[in-house]
Design a binder for this molecule. Structure first.
Ligand SMILES: CC(C)(COP(=O)(O)OP(=O)(O)OC[C@H]1O[C@@H](n2cnc3c(N)ncnc32)[C@H](O)[C@@H]1OP(=O)(O)O)[C@@H](O)C(=O)NCCC(=O)NCCS
Length: 143
């Protein structure tokens, strides 16, 4: 699917083939949560995910988000990022509006973990809840 912004020169696509690998890797490597992931792990994470790319009028990718979902009951939203030069224009809000209506996940419960952007997600119906996690690091340390 593809979405064109009403008045800003941006489009979004959920075609994983359109992702600009180097740009997406650079965006994710700049974050606090994915900086330690290898490029191989990051690229593997796209294969089974719903990935949405945000593109400028020049065709350059300037944002990304990813959802892991069973398509029926559960989705996990992660890796939400907008290029710093394109922030503050409402683009992540547009991405969230598109995401919560996306036909693959609009009928599922959507979870996410975030350190500091709660106010963004609260605008799209997310509530603050506690949950348990078994982290990869803990799993790896035991084997
Ligand atoms: C968070 C991020 C995606 C916001 O992108 P953006 O396109 O600049 O955001 P928008 O212009 O759409 O506005 C975001 C809205 O969420 C709110 N918000 C709440 N917490 C925020 C935060 N930590 N950072 C940015 N906006 C935040 C803003 O106030 C704004 O709402 P308002 O317009 O009603 O005031 C972007 O700053 C980013 O990529 N940050 C680095 C990666 C990151 O932290 N991702 C989210 C972690 S899960």
């Amino acid at each position: 699917m593809e979405w064109i912004h009403d008045y800003l020169p941006y489009r979004m696509s959920d075609n994983v083939e359109e992702l600009q690998q180097d740009v997406t890797l650079a965006l994710l490597k700049s974050t606090y949560w994915a900086a330690e992931r290898s490029e191989e792990t990051i690229m593997n994470s796209w294969k089974e995910s719903l990935c949405i790319g945000l593109f400028s009028a020049e065709g350059v990718q300037v944002g990304f988000m990813r959802v892991v979902t069973d398509g029926a009951t559960f989705s996990w939203l992660c890796d939400v990022i907008v290029d710093p030069e394109h922030r503050g224009k409402g683009l992540s809000k547009w991405m969230m509006a598109v995401l919560v209506d996306h036909p693959r996940i609009c009928h599922t419960s959507i979870y996410l973990g975030t350190r500091d952007a709660h106010g963004l997600y609260e605008q799209y119906g997310f509530l603050r809840r506690e949950m348990m996690v078994r982290s990869t690091a803990r799993y790896l340390n035991r084997h």
